[in-house]
Design a protein around this ligand. Sequence first.
Ligand code: LRH
Ligand code: MN
Length: 443
Amino acid sequence: MYWVGCEREENLFDKSRLDGAVCLCFNREYISKYELQSWRGAMTVNGAGAAERDAEKVWRALDGFRIEVPSWGFANTGTRFGKFVQGGAATTIEEKFSDAGQVNALTGASPTVALHVLWDLPGGVKDVATIQGLEKKYGVRSGSINPNLFQDQEYKYGSIANPSAEVRGLALAHLLDSVEIGRALGSKDVSLWIADGSNYPGTQSVRRRIEWMVEVLGATHAALGPDQRMLVEYKPFEPAFYHTDIADWGMALELARRCGPKAKVLVDTGHHYQGTNIEQVVAWLLHLGALGGFHFNDRKYADDDLTLGSIDPYQVFRIFHEIVSAREDERAEVAFMIDQSHNLKGKMEAMVQTVVTAQELYAKAALIDQVRLAELQDACRLVEAEELFRGAFWQDVRPIVREWRAARGLPVDPLKALAESGYVAKVTEERSSRNARSVSSYA
Ligand code: LRH
Ligand code: MN
């Protein structure tokens, strides 16, 4: 707990609970016996006020926090039942870099943009020079390279797990192109999501498909440059609805291990069955040195790709706790990325909102006194441990985050700054006539 001025305590405590304690900072009004305990702890540790210590923790955490935005998050996307076109949505790769540049300028936390090969570099390696020009123009670099192995007709029965060696060869060629694009752009990660699977029992051999995958992914791993990695993303279902070849973290982990040291597992928060303890999966992957990164989003039901923290912010907080409490060397290897489709919210607003929410939830996790928590956990002082853990989640870090933004020369309220910038109105003006022509229907 921390104290940064009475107006904050006003928010924290209702006056009726006065129990004779004093406020530590401005008008010495009150403090609960519980807080007294942790304040004493804080004061004895480094003499600095708890408020200062918390601000330090949050500032240090935010200074190191980076999250990658997906190019496809700025584009007109929909569901199988249709697409609600936004006039200001990005279609060209230049528009996607422009939007990503704006988000980074407003938040100071998203210097890279994830690219999907067939959507963003239809010309393959030949498009690298264009991308490099856009990186300079808009001040954001290319991030993870995401191959598209799920839309070509040849992949009806799978790509890297397809019974046809010819089709597997096609898939490998695309993967090698993606590795080459990543090398040419100086990107670290080639991020693989494989949609392969089947819709009916008995129609495909799960065992033989495993061997075919190991063969193609092994060849992909062998092509990686010294600083490149491949991230294996798992997903339990959709578009396949009987079996998916890479359905959970265990399958992704084993495939990554079979490939080699440059292969890690990617955790998309929307790719779990209801009730899955995702932070436990994260803890295991960290423990095994196999966690490569995240695709953050939120969901109520399945892979809904809703905005991070919109349904279950405590879930993200629990995941961030596993990261923040990991060793520095373990943490350094974990890539934070957003993977969302903004079908109803304004694309720019949703992306800025997501980065801001991620920063705030990461700041909350950084507040946890890890040493104290470990003591309480190992002493099985359950309620005290939970109160310390959850207490950080309850804490409103927004004032400290605003101070950090101001100190870093960033707008204290990025969403408000976006609205005041007129950027969305400007791009809507520029793009709406073209977007109006792109209405499509499912059938
Ligand atoms: C699959 C997925 C994958 C991307 C796609 C846009 O559901 O999460 O990471 O390729 O969304
Ligand atoms: Mn994903």
